[in-house]
Ligand binder design. Structure first.
Ligand code: PRP
Ligand code: URA
Length: 209
């Protein structure tokens, strides 16, 4: 069974509090989401495999290490997942980026796929599906299914805020997937919003309503 990791680094928690604040405006919100995504991916990539190489320094030859294997793939769920990509690329500039377009039908809360473009050779890459919100879990379940159908082996899911309902849905449909969160909140309201959450992540990132 995949594990649920709540990343409690003080910088992540501090910045998440600012993100939650309803008085935080679009510009600051956007910057903070990128920063938290960067900090989360720093924690999550601790277990990436390394390989030995030699490198010529100005004064000799060093036995050193680089990350092994193909570059990893980040797959943001559009739209709000886009808000996490630059932060991750700051740390891993060579990462490939796929995109999955999903929106929640406001009546049924079911995800509707409208776009999917993913990097080649997903089966050989570490794949990180990223989306700020894990609410009912419908979007994450669909996004994980989409990357698996195109070859991803044991993709990981990284969200800022989740609720138990969403975590359960992912665990039920994708028991192999590790879930990384900055916080687990209390519940969903009647409109499928996380309470207390941070509001509509896409609208706050892009200044829409
Ligand atoms: C939000 C969020 C997730 C989804 C989570 O997207 O970014 O993708 O809701 O909800 P779920 O767990 O119940 O599926 P939204 O549908 O609002 O689209 P947007 O990113 O285009 O704003
Ligand atoms: N999507 C959001 O943007 N916010 C929520 O609270 C739930 C789903």
């Amino acid at each position: 069974m995949g594990q649920v990791h709540v990343l409690d680094h003080p910088l992540i928690q501090h910045k998440l509090t600012l993100i939650r604040d309803k008085n935080t405006g679009t510009k600051e919100f956007r910057a903070l989401v990128q920063e938290v995504a960067m900090l989360m991916v720093y924690e999550i990539t601790r277990d990436l495999p390394l390989q030995e190489v030699t490198v010529e320094t100005p004064v000799g030859v060093a036995s050193a290490k680089v990350i092994a294997g193909k570059t990893l793939a980040i797959v943001p769920v559009l739209r709000a997942g886009l808000g996490m990509v630059e932060g991750i690329l700051n740390l891993i500039p060579g990462a490939k980026v796929g995109h999955i377009g999903l929106y929640r039908d406001p009546e049924t809360l079911m995800p509707v796929e409208y776009y999917c473009k993913l990097p080649a050779h997903l089966e050989e890459r570490d794949v990180y599906v990223v989306d700020p919100m894990l609410a009912t879990g419908g979007s994450a379940v669909a996004a994980l299914r989409a990357v698996k159908e195109r070859g991803a082996q044991r993709p990981k899911l990284m969200c800022l805020v989740g609720v138990p309902e969403g975590i359960r849905a992912v665990q039920e449909h994708h028991p192999d997937v590790d879930i990384y969160l900055a916080a687990v909140d209390d519940h969903l309201n009647d409109h499928g919003y996380i309470v207390p959450g941070l509001g509509d992540a896409g609208d706050r990132l892009f200044g829409t309503k």
